[in-house]
Design a protein around this ligand. Structure first.
Ligand code: URA
Length: 288
């Protein structure tokens, strides 16, 4: 075997290793359905990588590549143990597990051991909540970013600082509000969570709301608003509106507003958020 063949082999083995380590998750701007990819049998995925690493080479070339000694085990389907479950099944499993916990601490521990959402495997930390779980008010954002992932708490970065300032403007801080996200793990590269990821995590945020039992929810941005209220309206239409939200036998309200990250990009829209926060203040004072 010539030197260039050996080098090609090394490069392909290295590429296989990187794909198995999940580094390809960071490459694309658009969301991918990783569930269906992990559902594919392992040898097919490896062959795909090899084919794309050496386009146009025929099967005899691939036959020369280093082969595994033994066939890899089939993807495990043990829920809570594997990210290979289909999204619908993982969401069903999440729902059953979430029903079983009776406190927020138990819910956090459950999430820490839940392997049904692929985001967990690329995130550094579980980002469960911050603030006061006994507060009447609960803010719900979309998903952690890099700062939150590093620290393990929601809204710690620039948008968190802006959220703190918006809260302070109506006399609130994190001692009188509870703060969390619809998805508790950072999506790689700060992309939006996919609908499947949101669906898997939804039973957990629903249980978190039940256990925290706030009187009022504020949904920050479109994904949180749509996931919590079920509306299909975009955020510019939904913002400023109260949606009914059922917590057990109690009906509470969820107010939609703009996400602080959007306001950082579109500072002129802060005037709309200010209106929403005045509505929020009025609601907390029993005047709206
Ligand atoms: N954006 C969110 O939606 N949540 C965070 O925790 C941080 C940024």
């Amino acid at each position: 075997m010539g030197q260039s063949d050996e080098r090609q082999r090394d490069l392909i083995a290295n590429l296989d290793f990187q794909v198995e380590a999940g580094l390809d998750l960071f490459l694309d701007e658009t969301p991918h359905d990783r569930f269906s990819e992990t559902d594919a049998p392992e040898p097919a995925r490896v062959a795909l990588v090899r084919e794309s690493a050496a386009p146009g080479r025929d099967a005899s070339f691939r036959a020369e590549l280093p082969q595994r000694d033994t066939a890899p085990p089939p993807p495990t389907r043990t829920f809570g143990q594997s990210a290979a479950a289909k999204p619908g099944e993982a969401a069903g499993d999440a729902r059953a597990r979430a029903r079983d916990v009776g406190t927020l601490e138990e819910l956090e521990a459950l999430l820490a051991g839940f392997d049904g959402c692929p985001l967990k495997f690329t995130a550094k930390n579980l980002v469960f909540a911050d603030g006061n779980p006994a507060a009447k008010l609960m803010f719900i954002g979309e998903a952690p970013g890099a700062d939150e992932d590093r620290i393990g708490k929601p809204f710690m970065g620039r948008s968190g600082k802006l959220l703190d300032r918006m809260m302070a403007a109506i006399g609130l801080d994190r001692t009188n509000a509870y703060v969390t996200n619809i998805v508790p793990w950072r999506p790689p590269g700060n992309r939006n969570p996919t609908p499947q990821e949101v669906a898997i995590c939804k039973p957990f945020i629903e249980r978190q709301i039940e256990l925290a039992a706030p009187d009022l929810i504020v949904c920050l941005g479109s994904p949180a608003t749509q996931a919590i209220t079920g509306t299909k309206d975009g955020i510019l239409k939904a913002r400023g509106r109260f949606f009914p939200y059922q917590v057990g036998s109690r009906e509470i309200r969820a107010l939609a507003t703009l996400h602080p990250a959007y306001l950082l990009r579109q500072p002129l829209q802060k005037r709309l958020a200010w209106r929403d926060f005045r509505t929020l203040r009025a609601a907390l004072d029993g005047k709206a």
